[in-house]
Design a protein around this ligand. Structure first.
Ligand SMILES: Cc1cc2nc3c(=O)[nH]c(=O)nc-3n(C[C@H](O)[C@H](O)[C@H](O)COP(=O)(O)OP(=O)(O)OC[C@H]3O[C@@H](n4cnc5c(N)ncnc54)[C@H](O)[C@@H]3O)c2cc1C
Length: 328
């Protein structure tokens, strides 16, 4: 029986592992077989993670976090979790090839996935002009012409934010009206750097090593044309990776795992959640890492309370620590 299993190896999972390992809990990190390291493996330069004044490549940052977790005794296993049973006191996890894991506590840090357009060159040009995060990458587009795809609040927010850097921002939307709230629409529509391209969908992205142009298809006439831009921000939504816990953990209206207040505590005792999978708003590497810290500390307190129960039971006074765990 393990003390703690962590599902996910992004900034949240590895930071939780660093804290849990330093607390002597020997965590197992089920890191995924092909997506170990999480979202930052798909990017180039990260300039806003504290402690790296020169910036750091996403994959380098993640391998440093892994190294730091392993240095303190975390066991990182490159395997995918296929199912979980979280309801009992023993948390049971099944994986693709390394078998099953039983644990007294579990941290769920599976992140979230930006919705993609599904275009052939989207992945290839990711970090080379294609982005899903204006906060992360806007700074790289000083004086450039870019396009934002989407019609909701987040597309309007991204477009407005990007005008701080870009010379011109096109908002490309498939319809002739927006889904975004009135105030967000107004803010974008009165910004003179923003131009709306209505009834249009992006059907292609061109550029050898960086984005050079988009192919737009008119959704009414079917005609296509090229729009020269140096950047494309895809703002069509985000899906927290929660399919493993459907029916077990409570979710919020945003689809993230529901946690109690500022803690990482889910509706099931001994199960904690951290990072983008609980975060509908901020979704940054450093906020995910901070959230991993919270989860590790919550799990540590929970395990200490369980240990205390055993001590009290042995001494014939079971009540106090039982109450402590219920409160966890
Ligand atoms: C292209 C791109 C660029 C970005 N740039 C920046 C930036 O410059 N600065 C910044 O602060 N943020 C940036 N972000 C956002 C940042 O990457 C995320 O906020 C952060 O990675 C979230 O961390 P996380 O640990 O919650 O989740 P993730 O990093 O998404 O990690 C989730 C982990 O869970 C694993 N997992 C999921 N399901 C399973 C399963 N069934 N079994 C095992 N493992 C599983 C995944 O494989 C992954 O390892 C960027 C995001 C993207 C996509």
């Amino acid at each position: 029986m393990r003390d703690i299993v962590i599902i996910g190896s992004g900034p949240a999972g590895y930071t939780a592992a660093i804290y849990a390992a330093r607390a002597g809990l020997k965590p197992v990190v089920l890191a995924s077989s092909v997506e170990a390291g999480g979202d930052l493996m798909n990017t180039t330069e990260v300039e806003n993670f504290p402690g790296f004044p020169e910036g750091v490549m996403g994959p380098d940052l993640m391998s440093k976090l892994q190294e730091q977790a392993e240095k303190f005794g975390a066991e990182v296993i490159l395997d995918d979790v296929t199912s979980v049973d979280l309801t009992g006191d023993v948390k049971h996890v099944e994986t693709g090839y390394s078998g099953s894991y039983d644990s007294r506590s579990l941290i769920f840090a599976t992140g979230s996935a930006y919705r993609k357009l599904g275009l052939p060159d989207e992945e290839r040009l990711s970090g080379r002009g294609v982005s899903w995060c204006a906060t992360c990458d806007g700074f790289f587009f000083k004086g450039k012409t870019i396009a934002v795809v989407g019609g909701g609040d987040s597309a309007m927010e991204e477009a407005t934010f990007l005008t701080r850097f870009a010379e011109k921002v096109y908002v490309v939307h498939r319809k002739d009206s927006l889904r975004a709230s009135k105030i967000m629409q107004e803010r974008a529509m009165t910004n003179e750097k923003i131009e709306f391209v209505w009834n249009s969908e992006v059907t292609g992205i061109t550029g050898e090593n960086a984005v050079e142009a988009l192919t737009l298809r008119d959704t009414i006439t079917g005609e296509t044309r090229e729009l020269p831009v140096q950047g494309l921000f895809v703002a069509i939504g985000n899906d927290p990776r929660v399919h493993l816990v459907h029916g077990q953990l409570d979710l919020t209206a945003d689809g993230t795992i529901a946690v109690e207040g500022r803690s990482s505590k889910t509706n099931l005792r001994g199960v904690f959640a951290a990072g983008d999978v609980i975060d509908p708003s901020y979704r940054q590497a450093v906020t995910a890492a901070a959230s991993g810290t919270v989860a590790a500390l919550d799990a540590e307190h929970y395990l200490a309370a369980l240990d205390q129960i055993e001590v009290e039971k042995a001494a014939g006074i079971p009540l106090e620590a039982e109450q402590l765990v219920s409160a966890e």
